[in-house]
Design a binder for this molecule. Structure first.
Ligand code: FAD
Length: 306
C-alpha cells in the first residue's frame, strides 16, 4: 500500500513523485513508459535554466533524480481502471491492483497524427507538433500548419511572427477556429489559408522535410508545396480513456482539476497534459506535478490515518 501512487512517468509524474518522496511519504510510480512525450522529443530549448537539451537526455536525468529517492518505479504497466474502496485502487492491465491512500494521475496526452507517408520518417526533421517548442527552428523559412481549428490558426499567427510564410491546410470547407482568430490570421500578410485540402504525403530529401503534397477535395487536383516545416495541429488527445465514469472529465477528455490539482474523487489529484491546464509544456507539467503532490500531501495530513 502506498501513501502516494503516481500514474504516469512523464515530467509531471516524475515531479509529483519527487515532491511526495521528499515529504517522507511511501511513493510509487506506475507508467507504461518512463519519460512520456519527452522521450520522443529531439531538441528542447525552453526548459528554463537548461539552454539546450535533448529528450532522451532529459528523460535519463529525470529518472536519475527520481531514483535519488525511495520511489518504487513500476514501468511497462498500463492502468486500466481507477476506483475507491477506502483506499484508491488502480487496476493494471496485467491483472494486478495497486492500492494507495492518494493517487496522482499524470498520464499525459498524445498528438493526433495525419497518418500519411513520410510523417513518421520526418518526425523531428521538419514534422513538428508544438509551435511553442519548435517554431524558432524555422525562422525565416516556409512552413505549413495542418488543421484550421483554434490550435491551427493560433499556431499560424504565432509562426507568422517568426517564419517567412505559413500555409494553413484545412480538410473541411470551413475553418473551425474562432472568428477573432480567423480575422487576425487574414490580416497578416504572410498567412495563406487553403480549405478542402487533404494532405497526402510529407516529402523530404532523406534527412529533412522539403515539402508536402495535398489533394484539392473539390477539384481532385494534386498540388505540391515546397517548405521546411509542417506543424500538425489536428488535436491533442488526453490519455484518460480509462478514467471515463470514475472522475470528472471535460468533453475533450481532460481531467478537471482545481487550483491544488484535486480531481472530483477525494484523494485523487492530477497534473500535466492530461488535465484542463490550458498550456501543455514540460515546465508547466513539472510545476503542476509539484502542485498536485503538495495537494495530495495536504489531503493526507487531513484525511488519512497513520
Ligand atoms: P507525458 O509526457 O505525456 O507522460 C505521460 C506518462 O503517462 C508516460 O509515462 C506514459 O507512458 C504514461 N501513461 C499514459 N497512460 C497510461 C496508463 N493508462 N497507465 C500507465 N501509464 C500511462 N514541451 C516543451 O516544454 N518543450 C519542447 O521542446 C517540447 N517538445 C515536444 C516535442 C514533441 C515531439 C512532443 C510530442 C511534445 C513536446 N513537448 C515539449 C510537450 C511536452 O513533452 C509535454 O507537455 C510533457 O511531456 C507533458 O508531460 P506529462 O507528464 O503531463 O505527460
Amino acid at each position: 500500500e502506498f501513501d502516494v501512487l503516481v500514474v504516469g512517468g512523464g515530467p509531471a509524474g516524475a515531479s509529483a513523485a519527487i515532491y511526495a518522496a521528499r515529504k517522507g511519504l511511501k511513493t510509487g510510480i506506475v507508467a507504461e513508459r518512463f519519460g512520456g512525450q519527452v522521450a520522443d522529443t529531439v531538441g528542447i530549448e525552453n526548459f528554463i535554466s537548461v539552454q539546450k537539451t535533448e529528450g532522451p537526455k532529459l528523460v535519463a536525468q529525470l529518472e536519475e533524480h527520481v531514483k535519488d529517492y525511495d520511489v518504487d518505479i513500476i514501468t511497462q504497466q498500463k492502468a486500466v481502471t481507477l476506483g475507491k474502496s477506502g483506499n484508491v485502487e488502480v487496476a493494471l492491465e496485467s491483472g494486478a491492483t495497486l492500492s494507495s491512500k492518494s493517487v496522482i494521475l499524470a498520464t499525459g496526452a498524445r498528438w493526433r497524427e495525419m497518418n500519411v507517408p513520410g510523417e513518421q520518417e520526418y518526425r523531428g526533421k521538419g514534422v513538428a507538433y508544438c509551435p511553442h517548442c519548435d517554431g524558432p527552428l524555422f525562422k525565416g523559412k516556409k512552413v505549413a500548419v495542418i488543421g484550421g481549428g483554434n490550435s491551427g490558426i493560433e499556431a499560424a499567427i504565432d509562426l507568422a511572427n517568426i517564419v517567412e510564410h505559413v500555409t494553413v491546410l484545412e480538410f473541411a470547407d470551413t475553418l473551425r477556429a474562432d472568428e477573432v482568430l480567423i480575422k487576425k490570421a487574414n490580416s497578416l500578410g504572410n498567412i495563406e489559408i487553403i480549405k478542402n485540402a487533404q494532405t497526402t504525403e510529407v516529402i523530404g530529401d532523406g534527412t529533412r522535410v522539403t515539402g508536402l503534397n495535398y489533394t484539392d477535395r473539390v477539384s481532385g487536383d494534386e498540388h505540391s508545396i515546397s517548405l521546411a516545416g509542417i506543424f500538425v495541429q489536428i488535436g491533442l488527445i488526453p490519455n484518460t480513456e480509462f478514467l471515463k465514469g470514475s472522475i470528472e472529465l471535460t468533453p475533450f477528455g481532460e481531467i478537471v482539476i482545481d487550483d491544488k490539482g484535486a480531481t472530483s474523487m477525494p484523494g485523487v489529484y492530477a497534473a500535466g497534459d492530461a488535465t484542463t491546464t490550458p498550456f501543455k509544456q514540460i515546465i508547466i507539467a513539472m510545476g503542476s506535478g509539484a502542485t498536485a503532490s503538495l495537494g495530495a500531501f495536504d489531503y493526507l495530513i487531513r484525511h488519512a490515518d497513520g
